[in-house]
Design a protein around this ligand. Sequence first.
Ligand SMILES: Cc1cc2nc3c(=O)[nH]c(=O)nc-3n(C[C@H](O)[C@H](O)[C@H](O)COP(=O)(O)O)c2cc1C
Length: 328
Amino acid sequence: MKIGNTVIDPPILLAPMAGVSNRAFRAISRSQGASLCTTEMVNANALAHRSAKSYWLMELDPGETPVGIQIAGSDPELMAQAAVEAEAHGADLVDINMGCPVKKVVNNGDGSALLNDADRAVSVVEAVVQAVKIPVTVKMRAGWDHDSITAPDLAPLFEKVGAQAIALHARTRSDQYARPANWDFIRQVRERVSIPLIGNGDVETPEDALRMLETTGADAVMIGRASFGDPWIFRRVTHYLDKGEHLPPPSAEERAQMARWHLDRMVEIKGESVAIPEMRKQLAWYLKGTPGSAEFRKRTQKLTTKAEASALISEWLEHARHEELTWN
Ligand SMILES: Cc1cc2nc3c(=O)[nH]c(=O)nc-3n(C[C@H](O)[C@H](O)[C@H](O)COP(=O)(O)O)c2cc1C
């Protein structure tokens, strides 16, 4: 798949995820085969107010490519400014958020609220396209609720004003995460656009990825939650799509090593006092799959220093070596 001049190969992408897809996690996902990674969403309004956090979210690792910076907002002018910043930060693509279901976001008319306001949504895409030279993509849900499935009508309008790819999370805003994704929404959008289409929602296994590509006509698959504590999912999916065979799951050693790398990088990027609380849930995801690992996961919630976290990983590894790993 190509978006503008950017080659996306293999067609397996890491989803933008606030609180997760930071520089550390993007590097890990890329190392396991995710071909395009996207930042956490950056609020265009906060950026216009020179919020240090927003600038920080746009920082990329040296040489990090291809990478998208995702911006969120509903004011075309502010979104255009945010896109210019994203381009200046070195993004290969700028992605517009039209999926975020969070109340605080939609109450401002941002995120998935744009799915209800076609004129504004198109103005936002058009303004962003006009403001930058890099390709513009839109990540959207299928609609606000099941009585207003607007993505199949909106996507061709976005294509017409210059969007170069659409990522569809196959749920509505009202579904939040409570209902399973309905991949038929992806197929419906496929029928209406000729730009690259990225399918997203509930891909948990290599078989899911293949089934999504085959049944929807999507050009690529975007994976979010299934990568938590399991960035190897990108490698397993790629291998399965290439060879039709399964790679074995990672060993306990590999998991401990990855958890430690993630921990170190997060501490480097964010400092210990911010990184450790954020790493608690991440570590809990890595340290699973052994009988008795629930106890280790519980202990991750009390971690306060890097030394404690590192010691817990070592202890888990010792324990895991004596147990048979399962992947669940
Ligand atoms: C913790 C979390 C944070 C998320 N943050 C964003 C975000 O900043 N921007 C966005 O477009 N989607 C965001 N999403 C949605 C994901 O990108 C993705 O569409 C969704 O999780 C469905 O894919 P999955 O079933 O593979 O997880 C987030 C999801 C999660 C779980």
